[in-house]
Ligand binder design. Sequence first.
Ligand SMILES: CCC(=O)SCCNC(=O)CCNC(=O)[C@H](O)C(C)(C)COP(=O)(O)OP(=O)(O)OC[C@H]1O[C@@H](n2cnc3c(N)ncnc32)[C@H](O)[C@@H]1OP(=O)(O)O
Length: 635
Amino acid sequence: MASRYHEVYDGWKHDPEKFWADAAGAIDWYSPWDKVFDATAGVYGRWFTGATCNTCYNAIDRHVARGRADQIALIHDSAITGTVKKFTYAELKREVVALTSVLKNRGIGKGDRVIIYMPMVAEAAIAMLACARIGAVHSVVFGGFASHELATRIDDAKPKLIISASCGLEPGRIVAYKPLLDKAIEMSGHKPDACLILQRDQLRCELKDHFDIDYADAVARERAAGANVDCVPVLATDPLYIIYTSGTTGQPKGIVRDNGGHMVALKWTMENEFGVKPGEVFWAASDVGWVVGHSYIVYGPLLHGSTSVLFEGKPIGTPDAGTYWRVISDHGVVALFTAPTAFRAIKGQDPKGEFVPRYDLSKFRTLFLAGERADPETIKWAEQKLNVPVIDHWWQTETGSPMTINPAGLGLLPVKYGSPGVPMPGYDIRVLDDAGHEVPRGTLGNVVVKLPLPAGCLPTLWNADARFRQAYLDEFPGFYKTADAGMIDEDGYLYVMARTDDIINVAGHRLSTGAMEEVLAAHPDVAECAVVGIADAMKGQIPLGFVVLNAGVARGGDVIEKEVVALVRERIGPVAAFKTVVTIKRLPKTRSGKILRGTMQKIADKEAWTMPATIDDPAILDEITAAMRARGIGI
Ligand SMILES: CCC(=O)SCCNC(=O)CCNC(=O)[C@H](O)C(C)(C)COP(=O)(O)OP(=O)(O)OC[C@H]1O[C@@H](n2cnc3c(N)ncnc32)[C@H](O)[C@@H]1OP(=O)(O)O
């Protein structure tokens, strides 16, 4: 079919407000908006001002009322426990209502924050929806983060309640969540009123009297009492959730998502970008703690009346490299979203794709890859083995849905390997030089989006308008800075090459090297440090640390390196994949004291580099090269 992309994109550009008002017709509102877009509201304007709505109503209740009550809404498939649990829309509503009643009885209402720190269990999605039902603002914290990261988020979001579980399940290892949670609460200045704990049989935990509440007991009581809590109308501009993402320091940024624009944007993407119809099965193989989990495990598919798969497992090892194909086959998945790392892992274990033909993939139509750069070899391997289009796309926690994609629902454009596609309606993407001038097509520069950002994007940071302006809007006035560098080709396809800040992407997890440096610097024997992201064949990038020890430290560098690695795991979490530290005598710096991290990364990655003209002492780079080579890096 010929692609309708250009017609649709040009239609949006010609009249953005008409485009979004039309898209908003797919959402149920309690009362209409005063303005589709109010340029005078908020930091850069707000969408659907004055309208009232409820996200949970649109995700569940209206489907129950309109013929989807018996359709499966959510499938929890745990490849680790070997269990599958399905919820129809009616059953999901019952579970959400019961939990909402628990929240309400605890005094939680519109605008109150609830932190959700959970593994990949159905109750994580239920908790999000229960918050949405009463207008409480949820903040899901990824389970791979440790206590310190959780504590930072508790202090920023100031939740009344935390919903958590006794444990998470990683291959070959049970992760006890409760000690991590207790420690985080101990560390944080803000204290929640209570914690609601889901006891999992694999590792039950002690509950503290008068503070911890057993999730199952509380929900069962409400269910037995026939609890019924209606959806609470909220303003379209009211916050639905806060999701924290790495900033350039250890203080993460609280990305705010509103209710109205978010629903409109996600609903539109499901059919037009992902080519999925109501009633079909969509699987985002990510984690509810990441934005993909919010948008495409929970809200997008449910707003659309589709069925969503919530998967607890890994692409390999649970039990083998055929797991993804098993899930697609068992549940009739039509489209899968995952990170390229997952496919590199599968390809590594099953290079010939021998697991693929063992499963019925006849319903499977499209594979979507994002979260990190998709290397053409991995895309081609997936295309060949699965015989479906493999669509790379690009977006950020801040945007909530794709900025560029090859839109399956509008008719695919020709695939260009290495490009995550073309801009979607709402996104006027430009490439600017450092002085803010637009560069010619094909020239590398700063990728920015012309303001206003579309419906569904962050309106601001939680309680931090000034930080929002400073982080995203000030550098290129009139534009949102993506902090990605790239170029646009003659046909309008974007190519994203690198970050312009200290964020690295480890297996699709967005992490700050600045935050890691803060941890290294906290070690008592470390005088100076640097962390850079280096290439990794499996995870895309991994962090590499360098430390200079304090004068007079008697203990061996190897002992301290182990302690530093353990400290990062303890403070940030295992997901940082911080495994290597090299002890060096001095850090290479410019004469003004700036650490030459870029040069260190190039040496580690065996990329061509030139001696920086402003380097203080060129001999230091020889010392560092030798230190890395002694550890097998950069050879
Ligand atoms: C487009 C907008 C966006 O970018 S949203 C973000 C998109 N990113 C993603 O969806 C993430 C994609 N990546 C993944 O799902 C995983 O990395 C996949 C590919 C499945 C591989 O997982 P895995 O083998 O565990 O490696 P990893 O690098 O993720 O984990 C490193 C260590 O952290 C641990 N970990 C991971 N998750 C958790 C968790 N929820 N709770 C506790 N621990 C966790 C892993 O077990 C691993 O630990 P260890 O170092 O091996 O001991």
